[in-house]
Design a binder for this molecule. Sequence first.
Ligand code: IPD
Length: 297
Amino acid sequence: TSTDLQEILTFTTTLAHKAGNLILAGSQAILQSGNVDEKKNSVDLVTEYDVKVEELVKGELSKKYPNFDFIGEESYAAGQRPPLKDTPTFCVDPIDGTTNFVHGFPHVCVSIGLIYRKSPVLGVVYNPFLDQLYTGVKGQGAFLTQRGQGPLKLPLSVPRPLPSLSQALLGVEWGSDRTAHIVHIKGEAFARLAGNPKEGVEGGRMAHSLRSLGSAALNFCMVAQGGLDMYHEAGCWPWDITAGTIIAQEAGGLVAGGHGAPLDNNVNEAILTGRKYIVIRAIGDTKEETGFQAQQR
Ligand code: IPD
């Protein structure tokens, strides 16, 4: 019920702040020690703090909500896809933006999502470096609380309709799969989006620019805030997108999964989120505009 969700929101918000303190402490320690491990390749990074934060979050959630399931990035071996059930399931990325974390680039967050009947219903994303807390609850809107201010309803301003992708600021990511094939496809898509197709001609259809925050959850939140018109990425996992999905949806954004993806949260191929019109255009124009095929959900 909505009362239950409010109670879970209060609990997970406090927990996200605790996790945030551990992330801040860990950042100093890791910057000093340089203790970073690699998962599937040399750009897929993990630190002892990814594991510590997941233990903290998992421990507190399972004590408070023993009947809920738990999916966490560090609890799954690289490449292993968790099955989604109908029961309430917390889906957590303890440190989203691990690469940023080890470099001291301050776009890092803990992302706590709740899935019920295979759909995200609650999301809490907290960036301790900027003290920004994004929350979303199904049917109850999305909010940003920052620097001691009260919650601000998202998006922060009413977005003007954008006639095309060419007037958009787009979020993209290289991700951690750097096989030649993937990098080639992504590079082509980025060039198509950012490059002027008509050399020397005014008004070619190129996006205003591309941005990468280095955290899938924070890209979703930037869409919810209105700072990005769209974000797309291939190769996402449930913990990357659960909390962000409900936050973007509650802010009035559209979220679409990759081609062939089931209409639940278990998307691993491509994810698109943004202003409704822009995402629908992108879905319609996938070949030309993004190189990704997507299906609305
Ligand atoms: C990664 C970040 C990154 C995105 C990758 C994710 P992690 O999560 O969200 O921005 O491009 O797809 O795996 O490894 O920092 O938790």
